[in-house]
Design a binder for this molecule. Structure first.
Ligand SMILES: *Cc1c(COP(=O)(O)O)cnc(C)c1O
Length: 478
């Protein structure tokens, strides 16, 4: 194999996509272990080689153009091809590409970004977020959360408070602690997880768990009640924290009923346990606010962020540390024996600052709240009428729908049928990236989409639904 065929041609030639796809796929299969991938499958079919992107579109090595309704992986909130972000990285690399933040040193972008994030996080009931702990990903940030939560209770002289309660089908990352906090049984099965002192309650998924005759509001209260039941079961004096995503992203865009979060807040207050809001997906405009706890009106003590803080242009994550925890960790704590080489990485923080500047200038959170969010919601009301769709719902600029066998009876397809993957296949073949989570199809598009982009996306979704319906008919499955 001639390696020169793998070197991408200059930008002006690249428009014609002169890549040796087969050679790249062979090398990929031979050397690259992918995350969350069945490699037997990958070897036979070959990976799709993504070569460039602009705006809301990506292109592969064969020149196929795809509308990216997933923002990469919930990251690229400002869209692709933002020169400002590349310039910020370049400038910072030329000025100071790296220095650590250990041992009483700091750097300018890390300081500025921390102050910027603190100013963006809304204060609730006199509690603010003045401090930021940096990592390079959502997973690491949640590992840091486990460390901070346990250290907090140790410092307060309650070392028996170690149990962290999370939810089934939650996603909190893929490190040992991240995967343990998450509630994905497939992940737990492959690593002797969860690690000790992490336990799970059910998710607030009305379509799946609502009882006949139960209203959504009633279900929201009942689902929140599972937290109280678990606290009592574990022993209230042993529970350290509850962690949850404002809406579950990777779990399938599960949007809790309006009654859920206020009741969760009541319960964590009653038992005095810490509340961790994992906003790796939901922050930075996705739900129409800088931070999602503001939308739902609850009061977290720690807020995990990553992904869209840099719009995915460079890895960066962290934790917004609220006053309650910061006071104890900083004022009482002495040295916290925890941190990463790349905590406060100057280039990542410089890109973060430039990214937030774009979001602010283009008022992306407000745009989601007042314009494109409602526009998407109206589009999804029509999608909900499709015969194959059991329920379709949006929240801010993310959405999910359930594929059903019988709309009237809300009858679902057998899991083994892989109807979501079937639909996803039709999306891919017709130029749309939409993700399948079981029988739920989900999107989280860039927040820069125009109404025309949204119309085109809705057209492609409807087309994928029609083609899936046809295939199911032909196979005699509906
Ligand atoms: C993606 C995600 C994570 C993990 O982030 P990584 O950067 O992949 O480690 C954690 N929590 C939530 C809610 C996520 O969506």
């Amino acid at each position: 194999m001639n390696p020169s065929t793998l070197i991408p041609p200059p930008a002006w030639v690249r428009r014609t996509e002169q890549y040796d796809t087969q050679a790249l796929q062979a090398l990929d299969s031979a050397h690259f272990i992918h995350p969350f991938t069945d490699h037997g499958d990958l070897a036979t079919r070959g990976a799709r080689v993504i070569t460039r992107a602009e705006g809301v579109y990506i292109w592969d090595s064969e020149g196929e153009k795809l509308l990216d309704a997933m923002s990469g992986l919930w990251c690229v909130n400002v869209g692709y091809g933002r020169k400002e972000l590349a310039d910020a990285a370049y400038q910072q690399m030329m000025t100071l590409p790296f220095y650590n933040s250990f041992f009483q040193t700091t750097n300018v972008p890390a300081v500025k970004l921390a102050a910027r994030l603190a100013s963006l996080a809304p204060e609730v009931d006199g509690r603010s977020f003045q401090h930021v702990f940096y990592s390079s990903s959502g997973s690491e940030s949640n590992d840091s959360n486990v460390r901070m939560v346990r250290r907090y209770w140790d410092l307060l002289g309650q070392p028996q408070r170690k149990v962290i309660i999370s939810r089934l089908n939650a996603y909190h990352g893929s490190t040992m602690a991240g995967a343990s906090l998450g509630g994905m049984s497939g992940m737990h099965a492959q690593g002797d997880l969860p690690i000790p002192k992490i336990t799970h309650i059910g998710q607030p998924y009305f379509f799946e768990n609502g009882l006949p005759g139960e209203s959504e509001a009633e279900f929201g209260l009942r689902a929140a009640g599972w937290l109280e039941a678990k606290i009592v079961e574990v022993g209230a004096d042993k529970v350290a924290a509850f962690i949850a995503e404002p809406i579950q992203g990777a779990g399938g865009v599960i949007i809790p009923p309006a009654t859920y979060w206020p009741e969760i807040q009541r319960i964590v207050d009653k038992y005095n346990i810490l509340l961790v809001s994992d906003e790796v997906i939901c922050a930075f405009g996705r739900l129409g606010h800088w931070f999602a706890y503001e939308k739902f009106g609850y009061k977290p003590d720690l807020v995990t962020f990553a992904k869209a803080v840099t719009s995915g242009y460079i890895p960066l994550g962290g934790v917004m540390v609220g006053d309650r925890v910061a006071k104890v960790l900083i004022e009482k704590g002495g040295e916290f024996n925890h941190g990463y080489t790349y905590s406060g990485h100057p280039v990542a923080c410089a890109v973060g600052l430039a990214n937030l500047a774009i979001m602010e200038r283009e008022q992306l959170p407000q745009r989601v709240r007042d314009d494109i969010g409602p526009y998407l919601a109206r589009g999804f009301e029509k999608i909900a009428e499709h015969a194959l769709v059991g329920v379709a719902e949006t929240c801010g600029f993310t959405a999910g729908l359930v594929l059903v066998k019988n709309k009237k009876r809300r009858e679902r397809f057998a899991e083994a049928l892989g109807v979501g993957m079937m639909c996803r296949g039709h999306c891919f073949q017709n130029g749309l990236i939409m993700r399948a989570v079981g029988d739920r199809m989900i999107i989280a598009p860039p927040l820069t989409m125009t109404h025309d982009d949204i119309d085109e996306m809705l057209r492609l979704i409807r087309q994928a639904l029609d083609l899936t319906q046809q295939e199911l008919h032909q196979k005699g499955l509906i």
